[in-house]
Design a binder for this molecule. Sequence first.
Ligand code: SAH
Ligand code: MG
Length: 205
Amino acid sequence: MPAAAREFAEAARGFMPPNEGEALWLAAREAPPGPVLEVGSYCGKSACYIGPALQPRGDLLFCVDHHRGSEENQPGWEWHEPDLVDPATGKIDTLPVFRRTVHDAGLEPNVVAVVGDGPKIAKAWTTPLSMLFIDGGHGEEPASLDFQLWTPHVSPSGTLAIHDVFADPADGGRPPYEQIYLPAIQSGRFKEFASTGSLKLLRRV
Ligand code: SAH
Ligand code: MG
């Protein structure tokens, strides 16, 4: 990954360790031509890894998020960041930070924010995806819906990237592993081809 883009991504706000981010960049660069979609953008950190990989070939990155935060981002939960609450609405709003980050990264030409509820958008979605990155809600129901509704859109030989997959319960929450990773493998539609930390990369077969 080019040094300037890597430094920017590492400094960006969000939840993506540097080694997993670089693996995401590489996966996006090596995915077949066509648009990429991420579910769960938050403040734009993962977009700063995926976006630069698509710039040379001019493909778009669609960033799906309602920008109201997951359950685990709400007040009282482990991943709450109080300064992201919009005082006017009393609700989390990560869209302004996302937008600023994408602008400052120089990614506006290729990164498209799709603001709304992931499952509703997925049901209306028709464009085949060269790569799908799932990093949305980590509860059982959101994870299961992301698997059911988004993974059919991955094109043949396209890539399914899943974040926060922990085979060992001691390392983290279960749903990305149990509701997305395992069903993807068990469906016979996907084969794992790489893994970095909690980032799993599967190929559509
Ligand atoms: N990829 C980000 C982290 C994503 S955090 C990074 O690199 O930092 C998970 C995100 O999923 C949150 O921003 C939350 O708003 C979003 N999310 C959770 N459930 C959602 C839903 N049903 N529809 C849209 N976005 C959702
Ligand atoms: Mg994550």
